[in-house]
Design a protein around this ligand. Structure first.
Ligand code: BGC
Length: 266
């Protein structure tokens, strides 16, 4: 997949850890210049930017809270001033604030919705405006590509996580409605729905033998995913190799959405 994204600029929100970090790395490996957004941990985003540059690529890190419209605008302004524009936008920032439903605070509900859903709204809106402003750049069949980071929980209900599941269920219709609206302009909008990927967000689910055994019962393919699995999917979805893929959710989950509990007659 080397050079599949040459001469293109990618912005990845939430790129300082987990899936965002892995996606940024993969996009850079495929030849894109990468803008790494972080919220509160500059060190790892800056270190990844340095690493990309040492390998001959282009990258820089930019701070922004994606739930704040003015900070999102500034983030896009930074893309323009450094790289002229942006071609691929991965709206990835997301967080979990888990609790039993009756104990969930309004703050935890709102914080999760603000980053996971409103954050993607603001990021995608700025992306569409930027694609329109600069017009076709001749480096892709599309005017621009937006990848929304969803989750298997856009379809799998998740007790104890109603805020998170609601945000990802929202992403499903947000992505499809936006894809339908902007496809005539050749803007491609799609989602990736990761299953259990080995990242800090779900450490409790894989870092002990007992937890891992329980988790693997939910994954027919028999292994926990790696950020690189999502990175590879993102490279494809961002490239012209997927030019006819519009408004689709790509599940990258080792079969987690296949109702594994029914593998043996239910
Ligand atoms: C969540 C993880 C979880 C995975 C599968 C993801 O969207 O962020 O915590 O392990 O879904 O349940």
């Amino acid at each position: 997949m080397e050079n599949l994204l040459a001469n293109q600029v990618a912005l990845v929100t939430g790129a300082s850890s987990g899936i965002g970090y892995g996606v940024a790395k993969s996009l850079a490996k495929a030849g894109a210049a990468v803008v790494l957004n972080y919220h509160s941990h500059p060190e790892s985003a800056e270190q990844l930017a340095d690493e990309i540059q040492q390998h001959g690529g282009s990258a820089f890190a930019v701070q922004a809270d994606v739930s704040d419209p003015s900070q999102v605008e500034k983030m896009f302004a930074a893309c323009r001033s450094r790289f002229e524009s942006v071609d691929i936008v991965v709206a990835n920032s997301g967080l979990q604030k888990d609790s039993a439903f009756a104990d969930m605070s309004l703050e935890d509900w709102q914080t999760v919705l603000a980053t996971n859903l409103t954050g993607q709204f603001l990021t995608a809106q700025s992306a569409v405006r930027e694609f329109r402003r600069r017009g076709h750049r001749g480096n892709s069949n599309a005017l621009g590509k937006i990848i929304c980071m969803s989750s298997v929980h856009e379809v799998i209900p998740w007790g104890g996580h109603v805020n998170y599941a609601a945000s990802k269920g929202g992403i499903q219709m947000f992505m499809k409605s936006l894809a339908q609206e902007v496809a005539p302009e050749r803007i491609r909008v799609n989602s990736i729905a990761p299953g259990a990927i080995r990242t800090p967000i779900n450490k409790d689910a894989w870092d002990t033998e007992t937890a891992l055994k329980k988790l693997l019962q939910l994954i027919p393919y028999g292994r926990v995913g790696e950020a690189e699995d999502i990175g590879n999917a993102a490279v494809w979805l961002a490239s012209d190799e997927s030019d006819y893929v519009v408004g689709t959710t790509l599940f990258v989950d080792g079969g987690m959405t296949l109702y594994p509990g029914f593998a043996d007659n239910g």
